[in-house]
Design a protein around this ligand. Sequence first.
Ligand code: GAP
Length: 453
Amino acid sequence: MSAPSDTQRMEKIVSLCKRRGFIFQSSEIYGGLNGAWDYGPLGVELKRNLKNYWWQVTVHQRDDVVGMDGSILTHPAVLKASGHVEGFSDPMIDCRTCKAHLRADQLIEKKGVKQCPNCGGKDLTAPRQFNLMFETHVGAATDESSIAYLRPETAQSIFVQFKNVLEVSRKKLPFGIAQIGKAFRNEINPRNFTFRSREFEQMELEYFCRPEQGMELLEYWKAERLTFYENIGIPRSKLHVLTVPDEERAFYSKGTYDIEYDFPFGRQELEGVAYRTDYDLSQHQKASGKSLEYFDEETKQRFAPHVVEPSAGVDRIVLALICEAYSEDQAPDEKGKMETRVVLRFHPRIAPIKCGVFPLLKNNPQLVAKAKEVVGLLRPQMTVFYDESGAIGRRYRRQDEIGTSFGITVDFETLGEKDPALRDTVTLRDRDSMKQERVAIQDLPAILRERLA
Ligand code: GAP
């Protein structure tokens, strides 16, 4: 069988996401809201596992990082000072033939002539700047004075709260403030499934330091972030570090890396790691008139710290995890005939469901009772899915397709009917190798904990 093309692979992934409850189009029954997505029962578990692991390694396992959770509604003064009101825009071009609104970099060029990628039309408007922020009004009045924005990045509330967090946490430089939360951008052309959305989540760390530490910490965080991706099952060979060239970098940044992943639709950014100097704190200090300086006890100097920022997109990483996990192989069906098996090979750390528990037969009360006992034993420690319907091979396939790491089957040997020595043992099946082993029920929590870590 020839390998499916990347487009086919992406179509299969999008279809699986809907069919098994990872990701649905938002407001689907009303025709859908472009650029917005809803995560279903499995998608929300996957997303939560990713965010929890990021929080664990970025905040809980470090002495030098604390967390915060800022508001989404943002005072316009914050985004004026940061430069977003003036400059957070993309050049937009309209196609006069099919009326499409296009980002200037999405035009195609044939024989030196720019064309609309939708209809091939050459009658295009001149580019104009389109601000990506969503504006809203706070309170009853809807005039200039009531304007607020939905934040376009989580970072700004970290900068604005820098002094408060510094005072309560009593951290010394270098130290970081981390945040996970929603961000909103009115993207001209949302596309590639969830990759470019209008509502998405970010995991951002602002790591404050002395000016002379900036470049070194940029390298440090680049390496840390690459390790993170490997620890959630994205191999180093699929990750690429792009050094953003001087002319494309924000004017205040002294160095920026993009961490990219080979999606089926091409190599695209997952995360930016940027050395933003003291730009943000200095801007807010100037605009608010409030000091955002750090007092160095040793040198007795006051200064606005510099910052290195690893900023990752939750939804893009979730999509990368699903794309990376998706695979098809051959496995025998009930009658021993080989058939195509779809399997999501998630790293156990982020798999939405850790194990499936199956009584061999649903009409045998003893098997069912024993299987429910196993569920009760494991559920306090991990996500467990109980399934008693259909042939056992079908039940395995259903779990393989959603990436459940292990399958546990309670059979007649568990009841001690064939060999008393096997009483209270079950089969433990590994999703990827499909190998089965016999283990004692009482050993299951320890075995699984070790393999899921
Ligand atoms: N605070 C810096 C910042 O926001 P960014 O490169 O604009 O930098 C950081 O965004 C990350 O947020 C990106 O690498 C990407 O993963 C995610 N992101 C940005 N725009 C997105 C969109 N429209 N849809 C999904 N994720 C997005």
